[in-house]
Design a protein around this ligand. Sequence first.
Ligand code: PEP
Ligand code: MN
Length: 445
Amino acid sequence: MSTIPDLASLHALGPAQQPTYPDRAAVDKAVAKLRTMPPLVFAGECDDLTSKIAAVARGEAFMLQGGDCAETFEGVTADNVRNKLRVLLQMAVVLTYAASVPVVKVGRLAGQYAKPRSSDLETRDGVTLPAYRGDAVNGFEFTPEARVPNPQRLVDVYHASASTLNLVRAFVTGGYADLRQVHTWNTDFVRSSPVGQQYEQLAGEIERALTFMKAIGADPDEFHRVDFHSSHEALVLEYEHAMTRIDSRTDLPYDVSGHFVWIGERTRQLSGAHVELLSHIRNPIGVKLGPTTTPDDAIALAQRLNPDNTAGRLTFITRFGAGKIRDGLPHLIEKVTASGLEVAWICDPMHGNTFEASSGYKTRRFDDVIEEVQGFFDVHRALGTWPGGVHVELTGDDVTECVGGGEELTDMDLSSRYESVCDPRLNRVQSLELSFLVAEMLRQA
Ligand code: PEP
Ligand code: MN
């Protein structure tokens, strides 16, 4: 299937979760501009990631996918990008070293700007306005001007993603991600925490191993750079369609807005526009599967999205909730596996565990997050299948958005540094704690 369906035919499918733009001409102008922009990623890089995810599907690697629920244009700063990358590198090192498994590193980064919402509208103090749908669509500020969907923002997404990706590429190949830097990633507040101390010890062991390797004359390229990939939810059709191009090497379509794109829980309708568009692209892709997913739904999605049954092409990202995963997941995995379908299974322990705290903030309990990952590992172990990875919302900063963890954040702490414009993220200490706990689960898997 080397064709790209046209945008009008996608709209004819009645896509869910799309912005209602007031000015069609402005949309056409933004889309025309995007079509002229160079790709953000190279198709060959997407193929490399597919091969890596194939190793995940075979049980030979583990995938770490993480970043903001919603990136913001304001958040595109050197510090912010570095902090997110740094916590992901620390987590990856913990997982790789403590569990001796290769880790495929994927950021919810450089493109994660559009959000599905449960309601089109938001009401505050009797005033009703369009809901915030991410910086790709409208502004977070609660004013009529900010909340009008503005298609120029799609062009801004492109530029914000390009700046972010450029910095990430510089960091991961230019020395920052060098393994000899493991100690220096452990800076400021995290260093003094108990988990920071635990990390310090592990970093010391890695450093000794590296010194030994160097002494015997081994200093491979892998010590000095890492492979890092971008990903986001493919949600706004105008953007994803404009960024879908025919690769000159293979004559096949790729969505060159990111290495990996996924379909969200709210847009995975089998005959919907998102499934249709992503069925045509060659990138590795994901689909979120919530607790209402039947085995037949999952099988039909796999057949539609990966008709050749290519390993690494399709990742199922389950997000059941801590209380539902042990009952709901086994049936799904069993039927999909029995059908002979090649999929990588990843656990999103965030989206089934969101609730409103007494203080009014949207939050998640660290213990629920861990309990869902533990349930995921236990289910896979019982079935003899491979728990392929985790998909988490996190930030490199010291925010107070999720309760619990070693710092024992409470409802009352949430107001002190709640910065997410959408879902609550694990902070840097909580993220590192999660990586040690997951490493332990992996060691036993
Ligand atoms: C998300 O990943 O931020 C999200 C909205 O997830 P889901 O589609 O699983 O609800
Ligand atoms: Mn989210």
